[in-house]
Ligand binder design. Structure first.
Ligand SMILES: [Zn+2]
Ligand SMILES: [Zn+2]
Length: 351
């Protein structure tokens, strides 16, 4: 009669005699089709591939499903919406979504099994930001916490988000004063909206985005997050004021939009990954992330006081180590390391 928690192309929660299985954030269609219910924490595509799969019974927030459609131009099917903070019975198990921060509509999921309460965080941020609240600490006792560990290593350091935003602002202002248009590469969904909201609050410059980011911005606006920007793919280029404009580009964009031809520009990359990697093609990098860093993760877990912690994504072993040593809570990566080959297997492989 016990609940089994493991990683099987997604966070898999199953109960044996009842033959019940749930999956959260599956990474293959087969994983969700083999489960009674599929849960999606948020719209980022490494968590949300089950949305367009009609054969999967998907539970998510309404905003996550809308943002997924804007981000991918694929239509979610067979999706059932769950509101934050409202317990709902799914296959006889009570489930609740609570805010995760990270991006609009992102949820942590609580599963109230008879023998244990499980919380799966999805991706989280614990700072109060302009576009998202901080990840909520569950009210109830948590037996098993499954937490993201994207930046779960203490070797990855980023400055406070406030300070990074101010540094970015200074860089923009200096360049505009020198008559160079700042171009900023950053994630379509999450970081882009937070940076737009911040720039709107600090400067009266025009912000130009691509069509996809504009569509995502519309969903934020509909949900009462005030954002001001224009879509450079449908503006009249003659109204572009190079000395009073900031251009946001998709994170992976290499080609520049043609309205910038012949203008003096400067380029920046905004991403948490800038704390790990050098982006040498850019004039400046800003390690800004909508994910928690390792210190924030440890503080978050300390407040929850779970009995056991599984770590997932990114630096899972490093975070599990921090949790064991700093918090004295049993912890290990949810994904077990691949089985090591025996000496015979190793030697036979070499032949
Ligand atoms: Zn995410
Ligand atoms: Zn993620």
């Amino acid at each position: 009669m016990s609940t089994i928690v493991k990683y099987e192309k997604g966070v898999k929660l199953s109960r044996k005699p009842e033959n019940l299985s749930f999956i959260a954030d599956p990474t293959t269609n087969a994983a969700s089709q083999g489960s009674h219910a599929t849960f999606i924490t948020h719209a980022h595509t490494d968590h949300s591939i089950a949305f367009p799969d009609a054969a999967a019974k998907v539970f998510s927030t309404k905003i996550a499903s809308e943002l997924y459609e804007k981000l991918t131009a694929k239509r979610p099917k067979n999706t059932h919406f769950i509101e934050f903070e409202k317990k709902q019975k799914i296959e006889d198990v009570e489930v609740k979504f609570i805010p995760a921060g990270h991006l609009l509509g992102a949820a942590q999921i609580l599963f109230y099994f008879p023998d244990m309460t499980v919380c799966y965080t999805g991706d989280i941020s614990t700072d109060e930001m302009l576009t998202v609240p901080k990840a909520k600490i569950p009210d109830e006792e948590i037996d098993v916490l499954i937490t993201e560990a994207t930046y779960g290593s203490k070797d990855i350091y980023f400055d406070s988000r406030e300070r990074t935003k101010i540094t970015l602002l200074k860089w923009i202002v200096e360049n505009l004063q020198n008559k160079r248009t700042p171009l900023i590469n950053l994630g379509h969904l999450g970081a882009a909206q937070e940076i737009i909201a911040f720039l709107n609050s600090m400067l009266s410059v025009d912000i130009l985005c691509d069509s996809r980011t504009s569509k995502i911005n519309e969903t934020y606006k509909k949900n009462k997050i005030q954002l001001n920007w224009e879509n450079y793919e449908d503006i009249d280029v003659s109204i572009f004021e190079p000395e009073n404009t900031v251009v946001l580009l998709p994170r992976a964009a290499k080609k520049l939009p043609s309205f910038l031809d012949g203008h003096k520009i400067t380029r920046a990359m905004v991403t948490g990954q800038a704390a790990r990697f050098a982006y040498t093609k850019f004039d400046q990098t800003f390690p800004f992330s909508m994910h928690v860093n390792s210190t924030e993760l440890v503080n978050f877990i300390e407040k929850i006081k779970p009995k056991k912690v599984y770590t997932l994504y990114g630096f899972d072993s490093e975070l599990a180590f921090l949790v064991r040593h700093k918090l004295k809570i049993p912890s290990r990566p949810l994904k077990l390391a691949k089985k090591k080959p025996t000496l015979d297997e190793y030697l036979n492989d070499k032949k």
